[in-house]
Design a protein around this ligand. Structure first.
Ligand SMILES: [Fe+2]
Length: 274
């Protein structure tokens, strides 16, 4: 991807978001939060791709995917008033439809366009989708990492700002002071995964987020999680019960040992796109 193509995609995205502003009124909070999130994800994607020593063309493609990955969120909020896929629409699929219909990627070669479309479509799936083309996988993994990295930031900032009260409205039926769901704890302890359907409280939400650390694909992403003290910050807002402590201890051990031989320590390049 050229710098001019990246600029065109960035401009298209910013104009698309402006479409959600009503006259001179400020952007709705959810839209503003998602705009800021998108800026950070684009930056994360670019920086992680650079750390992975991808080519400048691939670094630009990674950044473009950051700008486009959550396009479906804006339409989802406009149509449903919240950001819960289970009770509205799969925002990855919605984003794919919007970007396809826009024609913004039409000038690109098929295989490069496919990387972006697969990244948008599958970035929010619970696991890597077998439907994604093999050539798309490095970019799909990258956007999933860049996205999670910024969701950590958004959630922790929301807790620091007002105890998550404003953001909680975007996830209907999330109890800010509810207990941790033992079923979710069992899932994470056993499978390193939790089902979002078992998230009923902010504590559940934070525990599920902590478990995402197992799903990070690239060493530079985990390096940022360590650098930013994400796990410690999440743990500070979780209840101190034996099951939660065990999950957090397992995560600390995983995070400390995951990259003993990884690229983050200046070793071999990892998962370079073809
Ligand atoms: Fe998303």
């Amino acid at each position: 991807m050229t710098e001019a193509q990246l600029q065109r995609i960035r401009d298209w995205f910013l104009a698309f978001v402006e479409g959600f502003r009503k006259e001179s009124v400020p952007l709705p909070t959810a839209i503003a939060v998602k705009l800021e999130h998108t800026r950070h994800v684009a930056e994360n994607a670019r920086e992680i791709a650079r750390d992975l020593r991808w080519t400048p063309e691939d670094v630009r493609l990674a950044e473009a995917l950051g700008w486009l990955h959550d396009v479906g969120r804006f339409a989802q909020f406009a149509e449903y008033g919240h950001l819960q896929d289970a009770t509205s629409v799969d925002h990855g699929l919605r984003g794919l439809e919007i970007v396809r219909a826009s024609g913004i990627l039409a000038p690109m070669p098929d295989h490069r366009r496919g990387c972006l479309l697969d990244g948008i479509r599958h970035h929010n799936a619970r696991t890597i989708s077998p439907a994604a083309a093999p050539a798309s996988l490095p970019f799909l993994k990258l956007i999933r990492d860049a996205d999670k990295l910024d969701i950590f930031r958004v959630v922790l900032a929301g807790i620091a700002r007002d105890g998550f009260q404003e953001l909680a409205g975007l996830w209907p039926n999330l109890a800010l002071d509810g207990p941790v769901n033992p079923r979710l704890q069992d899932e994470i302890r056993t499978h390193r995964h939790g089902d979002v359907a078992h998230v009923h409280s902010l504590a559940d939400f934070l525990l599920l987020e902590a478990s995402w650390i197992y799903d990070l694909h690239y060493a530079p992403t985990r390096e940022r999680v360590r650098r930013d003290g994400v796990l410690k910050a999440l743990a500070a807002h979780l209840p101190d019960d034996p099951a939660t402590r065990k999950i957090l201890d397992d995560l600390r051990i995983f995070l400390a040992g995951a990259d003993s031989f990884g690229v983050a320590r200046g070793r071999k390049p990892e998962q370079r796109p073809c």
